[in-house]
Design a protein around this ligand. Structure first.
Ligand code: GLU
Length: 435
C-alpha cells in the first residue's frame, strides 16, 4: 500500500514549488490507489504561524489536491501537526538513547552519533547518490530548550506514519544521508525518495517567495487562474508526460505519471505559458461554469448583475479575447452599465468622418422597427441599413460597436445588441450621437 505525504513548514503562503511537490505526491498516490497525507511541520514556533497553515490548506484545496489523512480529516496516524507530537518524539529519542546512539552535551543538547559509514540514496529522480562517511560533527536532535530539530522529527514521522515514498524538493537531497542514518538506527526501512528539481525564474535565478507567480493564493487564486489550468501547468514543470498533447485532464495526468520521467535538471517557470494554459481551459468551460468562475471578479469590479443569464452570455462572448478571469470585467463592463466611458480613440474615429452620424441614425431607425430582437434579426437589420446608406456592413459595424460599448474591440455587434436589448441599443446610439 503506497503512502506519500506533503510535509510543508508553515512559514508563509503556499509556494509554487511546494504546490508542485504536493501535486507529484498526490499524482503518485492517486495513480496507485495509495494514501496521500498532509503533515504540517510546525515545530519552529518562532517562524510557523496558524495563518500560514490555513493558507496552505486553502491553496491545496483550491488546486484540488485532497488529502486522505491530515488536518481537518484525521486519520490513524495523527495528530498531523508536528507541534502536537512531542510525546512521540520523546519516546523515539528514548529508544535511540537506549541503543546507545545519543549523548547529552554539557549545555543539555542531545546529539545523535552518526554511523560514519557510506550511505546511498536510491532516488527515483536522481538515481543512486552515494555519500561518503561524514566528517561532520554529530547531529543535535534535541536542543537545550527541549525542541527537536527538523531532521529528527521528519524521520520519526515518516516511520510512524508508515511512509513508503517521499517526493520532496531537491534542496533536501544533500541531507538525506542524515535521514537514512536515522532510519537505519531505528531499524526502519527508509522510504523511496524522489527529489524534485527546483523551479527557477525565467531568467534562471532561483524562484523565491517574492517572485511573480510564486504564491498560489496571490498569483493564481486572486489572479484569475482556473485551478485545472494551474494543475496542468505545474505537472509539466519538471515532468514531460509521454504524449503529444499538453492540455491534459487530471485523469490523464494521473494515469501517465511516472516518477522516473521527472527531469533531473531544474525547471523554468514561464508565466506566459501558464497563462496560455489558462486560456485553453477557460475557453473549454460551459457558459455557466465560466460565469461562476468569473463572478467574483465581476463583483470585485463593482458591476451590478441583474440578469444572470445575460451576464453569463456576455462573459461567454469574450472568452476568446482573454487568458485570465481578471481581464474579463474590462471586456464586459458596458453590459452592466449605461454610463460606460468611451475610449478616446473611439471618439476621434467617430468624429473623423462627417457621414458617421447619418450611418448610426440609419441603423437606429432599422432597429427601432424590428419586431423580433434576435441576434439574426439585428444582424440583418445592420446589413440592410448599410445597404440603404450605400456602404458595406463592415463600415457600419465598428461605429455601432463604439456606440454600444464605447470600445473598439469586443464581441460581435449583434451579440452586444441582442444582450443589452432593443431599448438600451437605441438609447446608446442616441447618447453617442449627442457626443
Ligand atoms: N518541512 C519540509 C519542507 O517544507 C519538508 C521536508 C520533506 O518533505 O521531507 O521543506
Amino acid at each position: 500500500m503506497i503512502r506519500v505525504r506533503f510535509a510543508p513548514s508553515p512559514t508563509g503562503d503556499l509556494h509554487v514549488g511546494g504546490a508542485r511537490t504536493a501535486l507529484f505526491n498526490w499524482l503518485y498516490a492517486r495513480k496507485h490507489g495509495g494514501t496521500f497525507i498532509l503533515r504540517i511541520e510546525d515545530t519552529d514556533g518562532a517562524r510557523n504561524t496558524e495563518e500560514a497553515s490555513a493558507g496552505i490548506l486553502k491553496g491545496l484545496k483550491w488546486l484540488g489536491l485532497d488529502w486522505d489523512e491530515g488536518p481537518e480529516k484525521g486519520g490513524d496516524y495523527g495528530p498531523y501537526y508536528q507541534s502536537q507530537r512531542k510525546h512521540i518524539y520523546d519516546a523515539y529519542l528514548d529508544k535511540l538513547t537506549a541503543m546507545g546512539r545519543t549523548y547529552v552535551e554539557e549545555n543539555g543538547a542531545v546529539r545523535f552519533k552518526f554511523s560514519r559509514t557510506a550511505i546511498t540514496v536510491h532516488d527515483m529522480v536522481c538515481g543512486d547518490v552515494t555519500f561518503a562517511p561524514t566528517e561532520e560533527p554529530d547531529m543535535t536532535l534535541r536542543r537545550p530548550d527541549g525542541s527537536y530539530i527538523f531532521h529528527f522529527v521528519n524521520v520519526v514521522d515518516d516511520i510512524e506514519m508508515k511512509m513508503t515514498h517521499v517526493f520532496r524538493g531537491e534542496d533536501h537531497l544533500s541531507n538525506t544521508w542524515k535521514h537514512i542514518d536515522l532510519f537505519n538506527a531505528f531499524g526502519a526501512t527508509p522510504p523511496t525518495y524522489a527529489h524534485i528539481p527546483l523551479i527557477l525564474n525565467s531568467d534562471s535565478s532561483k524562484m523565491s517567495k517574492r517572485d511573480a507567480g510564486s504564491a498560489i493564493e496571490k498569483s493564481y487564486m486572486n489572479g484569475g487562474f482556473l485551478a485545472d489550468a494551474v494543475f496542468n501547468y505545474l505537472c509539466l514543470l519538471g515532468w514531460t508526460p509521454r504524449t503529444e498533447a499538453e492540455v491534459l485532464s487530471r485523469e490523464t495526468l494521473t494515469s501517465l505519471f511516472e516518477p522516473g520521467e521527472i527531469h533531473s535538471s531544474n525547471a523554468r517557470f514561464d508565466m506566459q505559458k501558464c497563462s496560455w494554459f489558462n486560456a485553453q481551459y477557460l475557453r473549454a468551460l460551459s457558459p455557466e461554469a465560466l460565469f461562476a468562475a468569473t463572478r467574483p471578479f465581476l463583483d470585485e469590479a463593482g458591476l451590478k448583475i441583474t440578469d444572470e443569464a445575460v451576464a453569463a452570455a456576455a462573459v461567454y462572448s469574450v472568452k476568446e479575447k482573454v487568458s485570465l478571469l481578471t481581464e474579463i470585467p474590462a471586456w464586459v463592463h458596458y453590459f452592466f452599465r449605461e454610463d460606460y466611458p468611451y475610449e478616446d480613440e473611439v471618439v476621434t474615429k467617430l468624429k473623423a468622418k462627417p457621414e458617421n452620424p447619418a450611418l448610426l441614425e440609419a441603423a437606429m431607425k432599422a432597429f427601432a422597427t424590428l419586431p423580433d430582437w434576435t441576434e439574426l434579426a439585428v444582424h440583418t437589420a445592420i446589413e440592410e441599413a448599410a445597404k440603404g446608406a450605400g456602404v458595406k456592413p463592415g463600415a457600419l459595424m465598428p461605429l455601432l460597436r463604439f456606440a454600444l460599448s464605447g470600445q473598439s474591440r469586443g464581441p460581435s455587434v449583434s451579440t452586444i445588441a441582442h444582450l443589452i436589448g432593443k431599448e438600451s441599443t437605441v438609447q446608446r446610439i442616441q447618447r453617442t450621437l449627442a457626443l
